[in-house]
Structure formats: C-alpha cells, structure tokens
Design a protein around this ligand. Structure first.
Ligand SMILES: [Ca+2]
Ligand SMILES: [Ca+2]
Length: 208
C-alpha cells in the first residue's frame, strides 16, 4: 500500500466518523424533541384533569355555578340574564304570554314557571301593565268563582281594601258565567267566562 492510498483510506475513515457523529447528534436532538413533546402532552393532560376535578368540585358545592352571572348582568337583566322574556318592574318580574288560553290553563302555566297570575294592587303597576298589554286581553289573578261577586286575588291579597280598575259597568257577570278577570282597553278590567282564551300575565319575585 503506497502512501497516497493510505492517505485516501484515512480520509474515507475520517469522513465516515464525521458522518456517524452527525447522525448521533441529529438522533439526540430528535430524541430530546420527542421527549419534550411527550412531556408537554403529559403536563397538558395532567392540567386538564386537574381543571376538570376542580370544576366538578365547584359544581358539587354550587350546583348552579354554571348559571352564575356577574352583578353587571343582573343590573342589566334583574329577572336573570337567562330570563330576558321576563320584565322587571318595581321589585317584581313579569311575563306577558305570546299564546292565548283559558284562565285555568294560564294559571297552571304561570305555576309551571314558578310564578302566579299577576296581582295588580297599585296604580303604578296598573300603568305598567296597561302600556305593556296595548288594549289586548290578558288574564290577571283575580276571580269570583268561589262565591259569585266575592272577588279574590290569587295570592290572598285583600280585594276589598286594595286598588281596582274595573271598566265602567264591570264586573257584570254577564249570562251569570263571568268569573275570571282580564285587562282590556286602556288596561281596564273586565270579567269574562274562565274558559275564554286570551293572553296572560305571570308575576314572580326576581331571582335575588
Ligand atoms: Ca262572576
Ligand atoms: Ca263582563
């Protein structure tokens, strides 16, 4: 083997050595990257499980946690940000129905929504209702079906000592069968038979 040949062999050997070193360093970098990726995934999974554990604990303590809104939301929607169809007036929430039904069904419908047919016990409330009902018939929580002529508010409010707003000549118990009251033109009250179908007003206290 001459000197030139030996030199070439040495060169090839050095090149191979260099290539192997490069390969090793690349492999190390990829290995480190893969390990880091695995570490990040693991940390992410651990964090997620912690968050879900904390969230389920919070839900155990406050079942309505997801329903909680900020004070600002309640200022904007005193009847609850999720109950925008309820209107706030003077410490109470009111629902003006979009469908017509008998007084009995309307009463049941209000109860299903944890409320009752509206009790109009002040001129201010009458005014609010009048503007909102726009001359349309809406049931209120007033009836004399227990004893003819003895009108009773649904919540036990004393009828005789509180505000009334009957239309002139009403209640007239027409055909001896008008036992339920509704607001009508100019918000004035009229008695009509209870199976008549009209809109209705529900009332309930605000959520807090
Ligand atoms: Ca009557
Ligand atoms: Ca009448």
């Amino acid at each position: 083997m001459d000197e030139e040949h030996l030199h070439d062999d040495l060169h090839v050997f050095k090149d191979r050595n260099f290539f192997q070193q490069k390969l090793r360093s690349f492999f190390t970098v990829y290995l480190l990257l893969a390990l880091s990726f695995l570490l990040i995934i693991t940390l992410f999974a651990v964090s997620l499980s912690r968050v879900s554990a904390v969230s389920s604990k919070l839900n155990e303590v406050h079942p309505d946690w997801k329903q909680n809104f900020s004070d600002k939301d309640f200022l904007l929607f005193p009847c609850g940000p999720k109950s925008r169809e309820w209107e706030y007036f003077d410490g109470k929430c009111y629902y003006f129905s979009l469908t017509r039904m008998s007084w009995y069904k309307a009463k049941a419908q209000c109860e299903e929504m944890h409320s009752q047919l509206a009790v109009i016990n002040s001129y201010a409330k009458q005014n609010f209702v009048m503007f909102r009902t726009r001359n349309e018939r809406f049931w209120i929580g007033l009836t004399d079906q227990n004893s003819e002529g003895e009108w009773e508010w649904i919540d036990g409010t004393d009828y005789k000592s509180t505000f009334t707003f009957w239309k002139e000549g009403e209640p007239n118990n027409s055909e001896n069968r008008e036992d339920c009251a509704h607001v009508w033109f100019s918000g004035e009250w009229n008695d009509v038979y209870c199976t008549y179908e009209c809109y209705y007003i529900c009332e309930k206290p605000p959520p807090h």
